[in-house]
Design a binder for this molecule. Structure first.
Ligand code: PLP
Length: 474
């Protein structure tokens, strides 16, 4: 049998058997290419759906079954993780994968993925080595720390530090710093899971050195300061000076731990950006341990760096929990290559994509916006107005929450009745998400905005416009 005849059926008993369907020419050739079991699974899935349809009283055309099987197999082969264009205006966007990696990091990762590497093997001694050896020296020379280790992300770094230093012991934290960062990182919850007892100090808007002095005589395991990276308390506020807090800790021999979050290791002002506290500053101010993310302002892979006092780092390395939080070889390769780029600080605005996007000139963004606007004007229709408009980008991932970066967007504004505006904006957002490389923008001030800061190559969008469908008229 080379094809199934067009027959409409209404009873499951009339469905063809798996074996019969496998004789269909297209399915037989697919089985040759992909293996029989893949096609059998596809056939079974489609027959199951067919049975459900028939049970629900729908009719089924047997001739369509092979098509459905081919479509099912194709959909199973589609990867779930797909490239998108992030035109939201949030440069380091957690939901869209934070930092894109440098070419150097990508190459290093590919190499480590493809073949065996000296991950935990000393080529000098010819025996077992240490995973951290690839990164520790670079981190130390870059930050001025004396020792360092690296884990899966910054949340893991905070967890590991607290569990090592403060299991069943007190850790004072200012009430102004009990942060929640994105979904599921809430400092009090992490502290509890680490075994540490949170001692709240001061108030939401004002915490004084005296508040810490009052609790330090109880010999806490550490004092924790959290960089309140994703919000700002404005108005009548006071936070304790880092140096003063460090001095207090030193007098009482209590480790001072700063969770920096974004953790840049270069002065962002050189890129025309507002100042963000650096790891070097935190250590110079007297922090005994500092933790920060690999994929925020550093511009590397997801990772959490712990840097600071050698005796404390040695204790952290001995914690069995570290084994559960360790980095894989590809992340180590990418982080190693990212850190290596910091040896050429003048080149960072070219080599590290996150910094390149943040440092991009307004004139350059404007040119991209104009060329994208022209491309849209080539696809005219009546219900939408397309123009170029000034906007603000954000760094994202909690860095510099109150500062915004001037940028330029292509703005799509629905014309016509106001009352269906919300639906029309949702529809155009969906049209952009339906492009071959989905485009993610943002809705604001009754328009749909595509921030051009993060579109370095206009053709990534323009070449897709053939496939763009304006949503139906209101
Ligand atoms: C982002 C952030 C974290 C969590 O870091 P991940 O790398 O996302 O795990 C923790 N603390 C602060 C202050 C942060 O900004």
């Amino acid at each position: 049998m080379s094809r199934v005849e067009t027959i409409s059926i209404s009873s499951p008993a009339d469905l063809p058997s798996v074996d019969r369907l496998l004789q269909d020419v297209r399915l037989a050739s697919l089985a040759d290419r992909l293996g029989r079991s893949c096609v059998v699974n596809g056939v079974r899935a489609v027959l199951d759906e067919g049975r459900a349809d028939l049970a629900a009283g729908r009719k089924l055309d047997i001739a369509e079954i092979p098509d459905s099987v081919v479509a099912h197999i194709a959909s199973m082969a589609e990867l779930s993780l797909r490239p998108v264009l992030n035109l939201t205006g949030t440069v380091i966007h957690t939901n869209l994968g934070r930092s894109s990696l440098s070419e150097a990091a990508i190459n290093a990762m590919t190499l480590a993925a493809r073949q065996p590497v000296n991950l935990e093997y000393s080529l000098e001694a010819g025996k077992r080595g240490d995973r951290d050896s690839h990164l520790e020296q670079r981190i130390c020379s870059l930050t001025g720390a004396e020792a360092a280790t690296v884990v899966n992300n910054n949340a893991a770094a905070v967890l590991l530090v607290l569990n090592t230093l403060a299991n069943r012991r007190n850790v004072p934290v200012s009430r102004g710093e009990l942060v929640e960062i994105g979904d599921s990182f809430r400092l009090p919850d992490i502290m509890r899971r680490a075994g540490a007892r949170l001692v709240e100090v001061g108030t939401t808007n004002r915490t004084h050195l005296a508040d810490f002095e009052a609790v330090i005589s109880e010999r806490p395991a550490a004092i924790l300061k959290v960089h309140t990276s994703n919000y700002a308390v404005a108005g009548f506020t006071k936070a304790v000076d880092e140096k003063e807090l460090a001095a207090l800790c030193r007098r009482h021999d209590v480790p001072f731990f700063i969770d920096l979050g974004s953790g840049t290791v270069v002065d962002l002002e050189q890129f025309g950006l507002p100042h963000e506290p650096t790891v070097q500053e935190a250590l110079a101010n007297g922090a005994d341990l500092v933790t920060f993310s690999g994929d925020k302002l550093l511009g590397g892979p997801q990772a959490g760096v712990i840097a600071g006092r050698p005796d404390l780092i040695a204790g952290i390395k001995k914690n069995p929990m570290r084994r559960a939080l360790r980095l894989d070889k590809m992340t180590i390769a990418a982080l190693d290559a990212t850190l290596a780029l910091y040896q050429h600080p003048e080149k960072l605005a070219e080599t590290v994509p996150s910094l390149r996007l943040l440092a991009r000139s307004l004139e350059n963004i404007q040119l991209t916006a104009e060329s994208v606007e022209r491309a849209f004007l080539g696809v005219p229709q009546d219900d939408w107005k397309v123009d170029v408009a000034d906007c603000f980008s954000q760094i994202g991932s909690g860095a510099l929450p109150t500062e915004s970066l001037p940028s330029v967007a292509v703005r799509l504004t629905p014309t016509g009745p106001r009352k269906v505006m919300g639906k029309r904006l949702a529809d155009i957002a969906a049209s952009f998400r339906n492009l071959p490389v989905p485009v993610i923008g943002r809705m604001e001030k009754r328009a749909f905005w595509l921030d051009m800061r993060t579109l370095e190559e206009p053709n990534q969008l323009v070449d897709q416009l053939d496939a763009f469908r304006w949503p139906g008229s209101p």
